[in-house]
Design a protein around this ligand. Structure first.
Ligand SMILES: [Zn+2]
Length: 320
């Protein structure tokens, strides 16, 4: 084993409902190897855990074969995550129920391991290495099938007392709106997630839509001037602006970073959302509203940062 710090890498995994993004990440945030593996959640949580341990072990072996020294493991998972205990408490799409993933990984790989929440570590990476870099107070909002956020202050994401901080998707924005997956009507996520935008368009189009329309297509059709798409898109923008205004009232951040699939709409999302957010600011300071910069590597990078933080290695990235 080498003692040269420049040889050090973190084994990082971002476990999603369909796929795992995996990487070897240097302490300065540079990715030296990436891999993707299917999660295949239908096999059940035990099989998924087996794959996570196999993939992590394989990456550590590949690092050593390349003359690198794996020093830690960082794993990001969706759902409710108890970071302090290293337990994947609950996940709808992967099926985790109280899985002690950190201890299982330590037992298998013999490396210090940190377990984090996918959106929180994504926010950590965007705040420290990506679009929020250098701004100190960041709210990262991931808009995809659902909507979730991470509030990052001075490079640390708030976890909450029960591992469930950041559920901005379940802020009430439309009391008479569609029912959310959580059971309550009118949550932000039920109105303005990518999935909700597609559903709303299909609903208003009635039988005239021949195939399901994605949120990206709604954005495109709205930009092309289609009235129905414009209405649906604008409804989503207004709801998002309400949600972000609540976020800003609570957190007073310098920068709101939008990630997730919907953020790929770029200025079709950002320009009208900036205007709608501006209208809602009274005495609040208006945050910068920017698109995420790290793409789908954010989760892996954030998992690596979390592992390094847990070891007390923290300082290299910001100086890069
Ligand atoms: Zn909800």
């Amino acid at each position: 084993m080498s003692d040269r710090v420049s040889d050090h890498v973190v084994v990082a995994l971002d476990v999603g409902g369909t796929g795992m993004k995996c990487a070897l990440v240097r302490p300065d945030g540079v990715v030296v190897r990436t891999e993707r593996h299917p999660t295949d959640a239908a096999r059940g949580p035990a099989a998924v855990v087996g794959t996570i341990l196999d993939v992590a072990g394989g990456l550590a072996d590949k690092a050593r074969a390349d003359g690198l020294t794996p020093i830690a493991v960082g794993i990001a998972v969706p759902g409710v995550v108890d970071e302090a205990r290293g337990v994947a408490v609950w996940s709808a799409n992967v099926g985790f129920r109280d899985v002690p993933l950190r201890d299982l990984t330590v037992a298998r790989l013999g490396l210090p391991t940190a377990l984090g929440h996918d959106v929180r570590v994504g926010g950590l990476a965007e705040a420290r290495l990506g679009a929020g870099r250098g701004t100190g107070h960041v709210l990262f909002v991931a808009i995809g099938t659902g909507i979730a956020s991470a509030h990052v202050v001075a490079g640390t994401a708030a976890v909450g007392a029960h591992g469930a901080a950041g559920e901005i998707g379940h802020i009430l924005v439309r009391p008479d709106g569609p029912r959310c997956g959580c059971g309550r009507p009118g949550c932000l996520e039920a109105v303005a997630s990518a999935a909700a935008i597609g559903r709303r368009y299909a609903e208003l189009a009635g039988g005239t839509a021949d195939a399901p329309v994605t949120a990206a297509e709604v954005a495109e059709r709205a930009a092309a001037g289609e009235p129905l798409a414009s209405q649906v898109w604008q409804e989503a923008i207004e709801a998002l602006a309400d949600g972000l205004a609540s976020g800003q009232a609570l957190f007073d951040v310098a920068t709101i970073v939008l990630g997730g699939g919907l953020a790929q709409a770029g200025d079709r999302l950002l320009a009208p959302l900036r205007a709608a957010l501006h209208e809602r600011m009274t005495f609040h300071r208006e945050p910068q509203l920017v698109a995420a910069a790290l793409g789908d590597e954010a989760g892996c990078l954030g998992a690596a940062l979390l592992a390094l933080d847990a070891m007390g290695v923290r300082d290299h990235q910001e100086k890069r």
